[in-house]
Design a protein around this ligand. Structure first.
Ligand code: MSP
Length: 663
């Protein structure tokens, strides 16, 4: 019987539903996904969870603005978060919503345990309260004014349940001493220890002034206040009251941003100790990605969105950048310039180039098979030794959460391979049997190095390494590689190689940045439709676009309406694919009076070369717009055929003059 695997449970914070994900949130989730893949390749049974934090005054307020019930508001937002994670390939094993029944039960159960053990009592909370915003204010504006609406605040006293946090000063300090790795990185640990040493005040964990929350059973109108509710999501994700059955609790690592470390390293272990449940093993706090030296926020207008970057450069490029650019644990600056520079230098010229060179030479010289190497020269041995050593180093760096260093070590091997090929010049060797054998040795060596690099980089670059793995002739996925068994020398001669797919096409920096920014702009300021206007007012994704357009389909229009559409015969002059937009072709089309640039969503059905010279129908009086960041000035008319809507270009059986109007 196979040995039972050791478990590893990773969490991301559960994200607030009063906003939508930007690069900061994507960062935490990318790290969690990368760790999940890495730990699986080290033989662990891994679970990674994420979710949405859906209660509280902010949601109450946002739902009111959107004029919909809170439940509908959070359902739409949770869907938007979930969909984005799916799109980015970051689907968690469990997605918890704090409005899920299983979560509600977990929170109520945790509260009962804390109460039964004597750590919860009823008391009164007094604070400055904004009657208009329905919220306590901890930092009022001078003159006791609300920092949001600037109305005068009132001192309000309400009945609350309190958690006896003060009783946990000593147990927490003992715990930090006993488990010195609990808080990471080290600098954060010192901060927390001095905070706890400074004394802990009891914590109000319920409210009667908020409606949108989990009710305290039998104590209505008390609802749980945000953090007691939110933190419990880590337990509800893996079984809640029945957590022992699932066998995943305690969490092995909670990944969090530095802003929420206190909640995770002080409150959370204290709640669990009070309930006599095992505390998590580790909390790892990463820094922030800053934009122009400030934390991103929608109100400052400096948010960076993940989708446009992924459309342009691919998800692997974004993952690589986030993990390579800053030391995990520290703050870092986000810049498109640095992103595209790294893409071109490390991915296109680095891994991409090594893979395509190796594939092309094996194809050309050994009919697409792994050759049998001959006698080794000292330089072959040196490269083998360095690569073998790198395996150990990379695994150690991953284990210590030094992700940038792990990638640095992998890329040092890639650079060594480039140098090796440049010095050995396999392409300059002739056809004599000695030279053929030497060529075989060199190419086997670089393919073997590529194999090792591919396995090591897989947790960070899942899509592109899967392509290289196929090219190397493996049918089992690269994710199935056991990193503990990875050694130099395992590439079997005679293996038939698969087809090579280009990994990272080089991009022109200015154009790439312009297109990313244009796409971000489209996403932040979508073209106005009735449905999206109401949604935009509340930062809410619009629902049900399809229904609206279907309703209008059978309506008839007057001839004057039709006459507004100006269609002309055009002739395609040039056609090319667009990096980062699989479905689009960029065409230049002669419409008689001028040459227009037009994007058409036909790339999956028409080869660009076959279109040149072809006469097409062009709608010429459409307002220009950007598609995937590329300007499109007009539209090519096509029939939409079959259930998938395959485009078939409209055309003419007789010769027609370019520029002729269709009526
Ligand atoms: N809902 C709480 C967490 C509850 S966990 C039991 C919350 N949500 S959040 O949506 O505001 O933030 C979630 C995470 O995103 C935090 O870890 C936060 O640090 C991270 N980031 C938000 N902006 C960020 C950057 N600009 N850079 C890096 N991470 C940042 O807090």
């Amino acid at each position: 019987m196979a040995e039972k695997k050791e478990k590893f449970y990773i969490t991301t914070p559960i994200y607030y539903t009063n906003g939508l994900p930007h690069i900061g949130h994507t960062y935490t989730t990318v790290v969690a996904d990368m760790l999940r893949r890495y730990k699986r390749m080290r033989g662990y049974d891994v679970v990674m969870t994420t979710g949405t934090d859906e209660h509280g005054v902010n949601v109450e307020r946002a739902a009111k603005n959107a004029e919909i019930p809170e439940s509908e508001f959070v359902a739409r937002m949770a869907e938007a978060w979930r969909t984005l994670w799916d799109e980015l390939g970051l689907t968690a094993d469990e997605f918890v919503r704090t409005t899920d029944l299983k979560h509600v039960r977990t929170v109520q159960w945790l509260f009962r345990l804390c109460k039964e053990n004597g750590y919860v009592y009823k008391g009164h909370y007094t604070g400055l309260y904004c009657i208009y915003d329905n919220a306590y204010v901890s930092e009022p504006k001078p003159g006791n004014l609300c920092p949001d609406c600037e109305r005068p605040l009132e001192t309000v006293t309400e009945e609350n349940y309190f958690f006896k946090l003060s009783a946990f000063q000593k147990p927490l300090l003992d715990f930090y001493r006993k488990f010195p790795d609990f808080i990471q990185p080290e600098t954060r640990k010192n901060e927390i220890v001095s905070f706890v040493e400074g004394g802990l005040k009891d914590l109000s964990i319920t409210r009667t002034t908020i409606r949108w929350g989990i009710p305290v059973p039998g104590e209505e109108p008390h609802v749980f206040y945000v953090w007691f509710d939110a933190l419990a999501a880590y337990l509800s994700a893996v079984g809640g009251p029945e957590y022992e059955k699932r066998g995943m609790w305690p969490a092995d690592v909670h990944l969090v941003g530095k802003d929420i470390i206190r909640f995770h390293t002080v409150y959370w272990p204290a709640f669990l100790m009070a309930a006599m449940l095992p505390p998590p093993k580790q909390v790892w706090a990463h820094g922030w990605f800053l934009m122009d030296a400030a934390k991103m926020s929608k109100s400052k207008g400096n948010v960076v969105l993940p989708r446009p970057i992924v459309n342009m450069l691919g998800m692997d490029a974004l993952r690589y950048f986030l993990l390579r650019e800053v030391v995990f644990g520290q703050d870092g600056n986000f810049s498109y310039d640095a992103l595209v520079t790294r893409y071109n230098s490390d991915l296109a010229n680095g891994l991409g180039n090594l893979a395509s060179r190796t594939a092309a030479m094996l194809e050309r010289n050994f009919a697409g098979q792994v050759p049998t190497p001959g006698a080794r020269l000292p330089q072959d041995d040196a490269l083998a030794r360095d690569t073998q050593q790198a395996i150990g180093e990379v695994l150690e760096r991953y284990d210590k959460f030094e992700f940038a260093r792990a990638l640095e070590a992998i890329w040092a091997v890639i650079a060594a391979a480039d140098k090796y090929l440049t010095t050995e010049q396999p392409w300059a060797l002739g056809d004599s049997s000695d030279e053929q054998t030497r060529k075989a040795t060199i190419l086997w060596t670089s393919a073997e190095l590529l194999r090792i690099v591919t396995a090591l980089a897989h947790p960070v670059l899942p899509e592109s390494t899967a392509k290289v793995w196929k090219m190397l002739g493996y049918s089992a996925p690269v994710a199935a590689v056991e990193l503990d068994g990875l050694r130099w020398g395992q590439l079997a001669p005679g293996t038939s190689l698969g087809k090579f797919q280009a990994l990272f096409p080089r991009v022109e920096k200015t154009e790439a940045i312009e297109r990313i920014e244009a796409m971000a702009n489209e996403e932040l300021n979508p073209p106005k439709t009735a449905a999206s206007t109401a949604a935009a007012a509340s930062h809410l994704p619009a629902a049900g676009g399809a229904a609206a357009s279907a309703a209008g389909a059978s309506e008839r229009i007057a001839i004057e309406d039709f006459a507004k559409v100006e269609m002309r015969v055009g002739q395609v002059k040039t056609a090319e694919r667009i990096v980062g937009a699989d479905k689009l072709l960029k065409l230049t089309v002669d419409i008689g009076s001028e040459i227009r640039q037009i994007c058409a969503g036909i790339a999956q059905y028409y080869e660009p070369e076959a279109l040149i010279g072809r006469k097409v129908v062009v709608v010429v009086n459409l307002a220009p717009r950007k598609l995937r960041g590329v300007e499109s000035n007009g539209m090519i008319v096509a029939a939409s055929v079959g259930p998938e809507g395959r485009p078939v270009l409209a055309g003419f059986q007789e010769d027609v003059e370019v520029g002729a109007r269709l009526k």
